[in-house]
Design a protein around this ligand. Structure first.
Ligand SMILES: Nc1nc2c(ncn2[C@@H]2O[C@H](COP(=O)(O)OP(=O)(O)OP(=O)(O)O)[C@@H](O)[C@H]2O)c(=O)[nH]1
Ligand SMILES: [Mg+2]
Length: 302
């Protein structure tokens, strides 16, 4: 093993970027805290979205890899606009250097799975492309409540909606139940290890390549360009402090412009996904009304 191999094995290759996504209030921040074993992400009961900006915390896991957990604002929260969410998504992706090793969709086992969860998945797919499913892990928070009712994830999911079954099939059936309230250290270890085993399986399946797609690549390129240019400007204008400041300001403005353009593109996609979701809900409502008005004739066998 040469030096670079060694540093690959013990260094950056061991950092796993794990992003938490899902509807507001499903327990993303609480799951983030369980993963890093510290109460760093704000997780509370509140009618509207709690997490408003992306946040990231790192932790060393007992089994070895360093996890870089990225918490995001809830999709489809009532008070956030697609424009706001889009800006945050773009900012979030700029935070992760070498791409995502896992995308964790957080659902809550304390509630029923609704149609809205489906639109979260379709929004993710329209934003990042279907390849995101290769990196998806579904976490169900609220394991404690299932335990209280003597239920397991299997019994809870025995009546899961068709779209969820489809997602499980497409994403390699990677799912974990999380009890974010437990004080039992063994339970805490076990759920983290289960999730890390899925992260490792994703790594093997995708030959160690983290998830980056076109938009992500562009954001990374622009961020790198900005840092490189800033460094060059610093060297060039060391003596001319004022010029340096102006140049930096110019660079920042053009970077911001590019990021805004990208946020607008993301916003268009989010709005499209929302429109599609609403249209689907209308069709379903119409079908239900029609069924009520015109029930199927009963079968009379003479
Ligand atoms: N009983 C129980 N409650 C949980 C669990 N996980 C999360 N919660 C509760 O669910 C509520 C919402 O949790 P958050 O972690 O803030 O949810 P979030 O997805 O980050 O919410 P936003 O930031 O608004 O999108 C809080 O009151 C948590 O205490 C769990 O495993 N068991
Ligand atoms: Mg949160």
């Amino acid at each position: 093993m040469n030096m670079s191999d060694q540093s690959m094995a013990s260094g950056s290759a061991q950092i796993k970027n794990i992003v938490l996504v899902g509807r507001a209030g499903n327990g993303k921040s609480a799951t983030g805290n369980s993963l890093i074993r510290q109460q760093r992400f704000t997780s509370v009961t509140q009618a509207t979205g709690v997490t408003m900006t992306c946040q990231t915390f790192r932790a060393v896991t007992k089994s070895g890899p360093i996890i870089n957990v990225i918490d995001t604002p809830g999709l489809f929260d009532l008070i956030t606009t697609p424009a706001f969410i889009s800006k945050e998504i773009v900012r979030c992706l700029a935070l992760v250097e070498e791409g995502l090793h896992a995308v964790v969709l957080v659902l809550s086992a304390r509630n029923r799975i609704t149609q809205e969860e489906e639109s979260v998945v379709s929004t993710l797919q329209s934003l990042f492309g279907s390849r995101i499913l290769d990196y998806l892990i579904v976490v169900f928070s609220g394991g404690d409540e299932l335990e209280e009712n003597n239920q397991t994830l299997k019994t809870y999911l025995s009546t899961s909606p068709e779209f969820l079954t489809r997602i499980f099939t497409l994403s390699g059936n990677r799912k974990v139940l999380f009890n974010n309230k437990t004080k039992d250290e063994k339970k805490k270890d076990k759920q983290i290890e289960e999730l890390l085993a899925h992260v490792a399986a994703i790594g093997r399946k995708n030959e160690g390549r983290p998830f980056t797609e076109e938009m992500h690549r562009q954001i990374k390129e622009e961020t790198k360009k900005l840092t490189d240019e800033e460094k060059k400007a610093e060297a060039r204008y060391r003596k001319e402090a004022e010029k340096e400041r102006e140049k930096k300001e110019e660079l920042r403005m053009s970077f911001q412009l590019k990021m805004d353009e990208m946020a607008m593109m993301v916003e268009r996609k989010v709005v499209n996904a929302l429109d599609m979701h609403e249209a689907m809900m209308r069709i379903m409502e119409n079908m239900a009304t029609r069924r009520e008005q015109d029930p199927k004739p009963s079968c009379n066998i003479m």
